[in-house]
Design a protein around this ligand. Structure first.
Ligand SMILES: [Zn+2]
Length: 118
């Protein structure tokens, strides 16, 4: 679907964000999220709090494994992404204070789930 064009005379409202955090995508060979997280911090000399999550992989649970079952087919839903709060409270996603969130999806059934732990 094409986006409408704003022309002269159209109402234009500028939305300013208070703070913005950008992210870079890095591939790592380690399939263990926690190990990859710490290895990245050691390799770069940066805080592990700067790791904003992972795409795919296996969830790193802060508490018990809560992998959801698909409400349609009842299979365990694969993880799509894990999200961390980030190092800066002005841009942090709030998952309860040092929490972590996971997005799961069962693509054949078009079902998804989002949950977080802290
Ligand atoms: Zn399903």
């Amino acid at each position: 679907m094409p986006l409408p064009e704003l022309g002269a005379g159209d109402d234009e409202e500028v939305i300013l964000l208070g703070a913005v955090r950008t992210a870079a995508f890095e591939s790592v060979a380690n399939s263990d999220y926690d190990q990859a997280h710490e290895a990245w911090a050691a390799r770069t000399g940066r805080s592990s709090m700067e790791v904003l999550g992972q795409l795919g992989g296996s969830p790193s649970w802060l508490q018990n494994d809560e992998t959801p079952s698909c409400p349609s087919c009842a299979r365990a839903m694969p993880i799509i992404a894990q999200l961390e709060e980030g190092p800066d409270h002005t841009t942090a996603m709030n998952f309860g204070g040092c929490g972590s969130a996971c997005v799961f999806a069962c693509e054949p059934c078009e079902q998804a789930a989002f949950l977080w732990q802290c």
